[in-house]
Design a protein around this ligand. Structure first.
Ligand SMILES: Cc1ncc(COP(=O)(O)O)c(C=O)c1O
Length: 376
């Protein structure tokens, strides 16, 4: 390992004086009458940014998914279809609610749900489709919406990784019954840990608002009176203060992600058959995580590249393992793309302060390893 090189992390937040100032203000003054002030401000600003009618700040995207699915009545006996390629957080709420996840394959270009496979997997027990916009890439929302409509299914969006991604002008998270976003420290905007539930459905909003407050309905006059058993997935006022600052900078943060993605793309453009995150016509990709998928002839590029990165003090990140390859779920190797792509894919470092010299350093290693794998 070359200790002289500075380390390139795969993700890192961008925190300026603005975030520090708002957080300090919340810590100093955000109590008593002001204890929800930054939370309300963050929710309003986030709803405005995404175009959602309603937003509820949460402690995580997982919590937002859990409450939304609970409010929609997903439970024992129900099946929920989602892509086999996913982070465990997308499936955990389905399991916690006693429903059955049904894993289907991804498309080879978007790495998101294959609508044809979704249709094949629909049974009388299917209650919902969970569309996860992986790495900022977009699910085919038109086809999924048509399927949901035809089979009377709920369409839910996990937009945890897709801030800034748009489908036909609509922000992700606003196209289904509800959407969930994550503000974990690796995400485009962060609150440390945190998330957001968004919906255009007034009744669902009221229901989740009540659930999110331990089952205490808005307007309830009796103190400590719960009308149902709810959840405690709230965001704190201090976290929301950081979120407000990040959201004020969202255009700058998204523009930088795009710049970084395009810089990688340019530097890797002449590697034959290398795939990266797509941005089909009619969509905007938030480019949360630039990803390279190498052609099968190059072999196990994940191992090769991550080893080389380690030698040069660069953090790489593995493409998600298929969920059906984990011990707690039935194995589904017939989901060919989900099982095949991970060994030849890697997420590249991406964060606001990554500079062009860092990008050159990463791209040089990728190019070297491609040449070595191709025997030239
Ligand atoms: C696709 C996806 N869904 C859900 C989550 C969960 O987000 P959180 O960590 O905020 O619960 C993540 C987090 O990384 C994610 O990538």
């Amino acid at each position: 390992m070359n200790e002289a090189l500075t380390k390139i992390h795969y993700a890192k937040p961008s925190i300026t004086d603005l975030e520090v100032h708002y957080a300090a203000d919340a810590a100093a003054h955000g109590w008593g009458e002001q204890c929800y002030a930054y939370i309300a401000r963050f929710e309003t600003a986030f709803a405005e940014f995404t175009g959602a009618a309603h937003a509820i700040a949460t402690s995580s995207a997982t919590g937002a998914l859990h409450m939304g699915m609970a409010a929609l009545g997903i439970g024992p006996g129900d099946e929920v279809i989602l892509a086999d390629t996913n982070w465990i957080a997308s499936v955990a709420p389905i399991v916690h609610l006693g429903a059955t996840p049904v894993f289907v394959d991804i498309l080879s270009d978007s790495w998101c749900l294959d609508p044809q496979q979704v249709e094949r997997a629909i049974t009388p027990k299917t209650k919902a489709i969970l569309a996860v916009h992986l790495y900022g890439n977009l699910c085919d929302m038109d086809r999924l919406e048509r399927l949901a409509h035809k089979h009377e299914l709920l369409l839910i969006e996990d937009a945890a990784e897709a801030l800034g991604s748009r489908w036909q002008g609509h922000h992700t998270g606003t196209l289904g019954r509800f959407g969930a976003f994550s503000f974990h420290g690796t995400k485009t905007i962060t609150t440390g840990e945190g998330g957001m539930f968004v919906t255009n459905d007034d009744a669902l909003y009221e229901n989740v608002l009540t659930l999110s407050n331990h089952g205490r309905a808005r307007g309830e006059k009796r103190q400590f009176w719960a009308s149902k058993v709810g959840f405690k997935y709230k965001m704190s006022n201090i976290e929301a203060a950081i979120g407000c600052a990040q959201l004020e900078r969202v255009d700058e943060l998204l523009a930088r992600r795009r710049e970084i993605f395009l810089a990688y793309k340019e530097r890797l453009a002449d590697i034959p058959d290398l795939a990266m995150n797509p941005e089909p016509p009619g969509t905007v990709n938030g480019f949360w995580m630039p990803t390279v998928v190498f052609p099968p002839r190059m072999g196990d590029m994940r191992r090769r590249l991550l080893d080389a990165f380690r030698q040069r003090r660069i953090d790489g990140r593995v493409f998600f393992h298929p969920l059906s390859g984990l011990d707690m779920f039935p194995s589904r190797p017939e989901n060919h793309n989900s099982w095949d792509i991970p060994s030849r894919a890697v997420n590249l470092p991406c964060y606001h302060d990554l500079n062009m010299a860092d990008i050159d350093r990463v791209a040089t290693v990728v190019r070297e390893q491609c040449r070595a794998a191709s025997g030239s």
